[in-house]
Design a protein around this ligand. Structure first.
Ligand code: SF4
Length: 662
């Protein structure tokens, strides 16, 4: 489809930059930033800029394949492969029950793909064993938000990064991981004089740009923010009226904080930061009204991740700095559609449309879907799911668009577990991954970026369209269509008769507004009746967008939260426990050869401190371990390009340095 530029969205990270893509042949495109997209206003980092280089045909999975007894793969018709999947899952459910099957999804899937997979498993197969690689990067933030706000909500917008007077980056190397947002922060610092504080065990590229860098001991973020809460209270920099009228639990949280970090000296001793630097940070925070505290994987990927998130939120609640322009806690999402996946219930402890497993919520989803076999309790989360596979309790698994053998902890156990499955299905767009190598029985060729159509939601709750501008190669199909065809073979033709991504989006939007009445944060009911043409032309929009009430840019400006008493909840801190062991796949540590690491990420290799300072125990998610182990360094670049094609950003080590950003 050569011709005009198509407006679409970058598939790499949660910034969600708009892109103009113009096909130039079947496997190439000219890429530029979309000036009209609010996330990036035309700018792209090096990853987005290089998207056109990732569209080549090499390494694609182009046809359905089934593994023979001798381990080789043979090409089959789509009907044969789909029958094998449907018959195999059905037989296992009939014999062992619905808890014996599972789906493992990806933050790189589109919302429409996620929606049908979740609907099939939770409403029609009757199990909640649906989880996603997004759990690895976002579960702590989700839990922290739910504990404090009663809902999985990021209150602010990117505009707050432009208008804050103080931006605190905690566990975030935004210069590499969210480059376009970092450019906005740097522009604010340059043009408005905003101060930037970076809190991280490593002196990253982001730290180099900070006004104040706090080299914190790993795992001590919650102690630092406990110390800050105490300081704010002791120096009378809290908003007592807000605390009284809009929150619960302040006294207990403050007492708990005081026990952990009673003063600057104690905070310094626990965090390893010089007392004068702590005092400087505390004073800056106390005296600046417009503060955004942005956090990312250094906070999330931790045994204390949820407590870290709540320790940060506590300080914003205590000062009433939330829901206001230029102020609030801000979770920076790693994956391009981690938030969209959660909107439709991509996690095992969610149902759909921000509903859980309370009886009324199960019943509501059942009525909306006219579902014959609703899941009635939470399913197994990612790690537990693969442990259950290892114990042979789960016997059939469908992995869509991700590589758990590489991305999950204890990869060798995950590989071994996958090899024991009675039925192991992988839908992907590449023919070789560590997970496929673990013995997948059925391979289903899925569409890649530029070939598929749907929506994604970025870190600021903005839903943007990914649009197709290239033809589907070989026999590849969109993920949603593959799931629907399997569902139809299960006997659920009516419920999965979607003919387009637009069809699915309308149902998804309608469910979000179904019996909502403001009780659930996620509501895009106003989009439930979009025509095909309106869906095709949909401009980036932020939720909520209820049908019968105006949308709002920020949550909680009115001081009302989604908790039962509508008050925000302070969470009492817990003393940090011992640190979990870091993975042996850490770059520069153990299994990555010194020769390979610079190929994967020269900039990080140079910057990384000794591994014991690292706060990111899932560096293994960058992948390529199988290739490295086989000494395939020469093929790494090829595999990287193939993997990138579908926007597998969580599994590639392609972080740009700031100097590479355009
Ligand atoms: S990788 Fe992230 S910051 Fe870079 S262009 Fe894509 S969405 Fe934007």
């Amino acid at each position: 489809m050569p011709g005009a530029s198509v407006r679409t969205t970058c598939p790499y990270c949660g910034v969600g930059c708009g892109i103009l893509a113009k096909a130039s042949g079947a496997h190439a495109a000219e890429i530029s930033g979309d000036p009209s997209h609010p996330a990036n206003s035309g700018r792209l980092c090096s990853k987005g800029t290089a998207l056109g280089d990732t569209l080549g045909p090499g390494g694609r999975l182009l046809h359905p394949l089934i593994r023979r007894r001798d381990g080789t793969l043979r090409q089959v018709h789509w009907a044969t492969a789909l029958d094998r999947v449907a018959d195999g899952f059905s037989a296992i459910v009939d014999r062992y029950g619905p808890e014996a099957v599972a789906f493992y999804l990806s933050g790189q899937l589109l919302t429409e793909d996620y929606y049908v997979a979740n609907k099939l498993m939770k409403g029609f197969i009757g199990s909640a064993n649906v989880d996603t690689n997004s759990r690895l990067c976002m579960a702590s933030s989700v839990s922290g938000h739910r504990r404090a706000f009663g809902a999985d909500v990021v209150p602010g917008t990117y505009e707050d990064l432009d208008t804050a007077d103080l931006i605190v980056l905690v566990g975030s190397n935004a210069a590499w991981c969210h480059p376009i947002l970092f450019q906005r922060i740097a522009a604010n610092r340059r043009t408005r004089g905003a101060k930037v504080v970076v809190i991280d065990p490593r002196r990253t590229a982001t730290a180099e740009e900070a006004d104040l860098f706090l080299a914190i001991a790993p795992g001590m973020d919650s102690v630092l923010f406990c110390g800050l809460l105490v300081h704010l209270a002791d120096t009378d920099h809290i908003d007592r009226d807000y605390i009284e009228a809009r929150t619960s639990g302040f006294a207990a949280a403050l007492n708990g904080a005081r026990a952990l970090a009673p003063n600057v000296v104690a905070t310094a001793a626990a965090t390893g930061i010089a007392p004068e630097k702590i005092a400087e940070f505390f004073a800056l925070f106390a005296e600046t009204a417009c503060v955004v505290t942005a956090f990312s994987q250094g906070v999330n990927q931790s045994a204390q991740g949820t407590d870290k998130v709540n320790a940060i939120i506590n300080c914003h609640l205590a000062t009433g700095r939330i829901g206001r322009r230029g102020a609030g806690p801000f979770s920076l999402t790693g994956q391009p559609n981690a938030m969209g996946g959660r909107e439709v219930g991509g996690l095992a402890n969610q149902l759909a449309a921000h509903m859980g497993f309370a009886p009324a919520e199960i019943e509501r989803a059942r009525r909306f879907w006219n579902a014959p076999r609703m899941a009635t309790r939470e399913g197994l989360k990612a790690v537990a799911m693969f442990e259950a596979i290892g114990r042979r309790e789960i016997k059939a698994l469908w992995v869509m668009g991700t590589n758990p053998v590489v991305s999950l902890p204890n990869g060798s156990a995950v590989r071994e577990a996958c090899g024991q499955l009675d039925l192991f299905v992988v839908s992907d767009n590449v023919i070789a991954t560590d997970t496929i190598d673990a013995g997948a029985h059925v391979l289903l060729p899925a569409a890649g970026w530029g070939e598929k159509d749907g929506t994604v939601t970025n870190s600021e709750r903005r839903i943007s369209r990914q649009r197709a501008f290239l033809p589907l190669p070989g026999e590849a199909r969109p993920d949603w269509r593959i799931v629907c065809e399997v569902a139809q073979r299960f006997g659920f033709a009516d419920a999965f008769s979607f003919s387009s991504a637009a069809d699915i989006f309308r149902e998804h939007a309608a469910l979000s507004g179904f019996e909502n009445d403001g009780t659930r944060a996620f509501d895009i009911g106003a989009l439930a009746e979009l025509s095909d043409e309106e869906y095709a032309a949909l401009a980036p929009v932020q939720w909520p967008l209820p049908k019968t009430a105006p949308g709002r840019e920020r949550f909680f400006a009115d001081g009302s939260f989604f908790t039962p008493d509508h008050r925000a909840q302070f969470v009492s801190p817990v003393a940090p426990g011992p640190r979990a062991a870091l993975t042996g796949h850490h770059v520069g540590h153990g299994r990555l050869s010194p020769a390979a690491a610079p190929l994967l990420n020269a900039a990080e290799r140079q910057a990384i401190e000794p591994v014991d300072l690292g706060q990111w125990p899932t560096d293994r998610r960058r992948g390529y371990t199988a290739g490295i182990h086989r000494g395939m360094v020469g093929t790494l670049r090829q595999r990287k390009v193939r993997t990138l094609r579908r926007g597998r950003s969580a599994h590639v080590d392609s972080r740009p340095s700031r100097s590479m950003c355009s």
